[in-house]
Design a binder for this molecule. Sequence first.
Ligand code: ADP
Length: 269
Amino acid sequence: VFCEVTVTALDAPGLRGATVAIEDRSRDEETEQMRRDFVANVSHELRTPLTALMGFIETLRGPARNDPAARSRFLDIMEREAGRMNRLVADLLSLSRVEQDERRRPAQAVDLGGLLRGVVATLTPAAAAAGVRLELAGTGTTAAVPGDADQLVQVFHNLIENALKYGAGGSVVTVTLAHLAHEPVLRGPAWSVSVADRGEGIDPQHLPRLTERFYRVDTHRSREQGGTGLGLAIVKHIVNRHRGRLRIESTRGQGSRFTVILPEKIGRI
Ligand code: ADP
């Protein structure tokens, strides 16, 4: 516990003594530490591609100037590094926007079935390229929730993209929409959307930390796949804003299942 103690002397005519104020500042200290860590992480994440870009610019000016094959190879790498910076900045902006919105409850009426069909259609070419079959189940009925459609698209996009990245090639990723008549934690009817892969799975000790910003099980693997380490942090904030729940289950070697549970809209869409 971090406490701030303030002692004020009372020194007026006919009055002697002092007041002691003890204030628990552990929370402030924790927030400040998190902010410092975040700035350090962002700087590090930006510096890695920047250093690579600067190195290649030097090489293109010098040794590779008259070597067309090397130049074209280096330009490809530079494009990839610039793309990484671009994704990082886009994710940072998303995260900051989502955090700002977190207190305002989203009020649009969103049909989850239609929304999921759209996200799956967008990601089907990426799934085919990764050699993964992307299946969608349970979207036959109207599933209405109060929500922010763009943010919910981002949630399912991030989860399915992860399943494609970390799921094993040649296997299946299944997205399932289901109705829950009474969700005990939300204490009412809800819709659940689960994204399940049959990939490498995640060791249990990582599960509680996965939604922290920049937390990765395997940093090299994440970077190689073009990850920013912010996808699940964004998911968590959006789900919180919707007063929903995110559940993560995983078995090493067998795959993972990410389930988003959203309270049902009362009334008609
Ligand atoms: P990243 O951009 O690194 O993918 P995320 O925040 O989306 O960042 O995910 C954090 C980490 O969680 C990933 O780096 C990866 O280690 C792990 N992870 C996420 N989804 C899966 C999955 N479906 N299977 C295995 N590991 C996963």
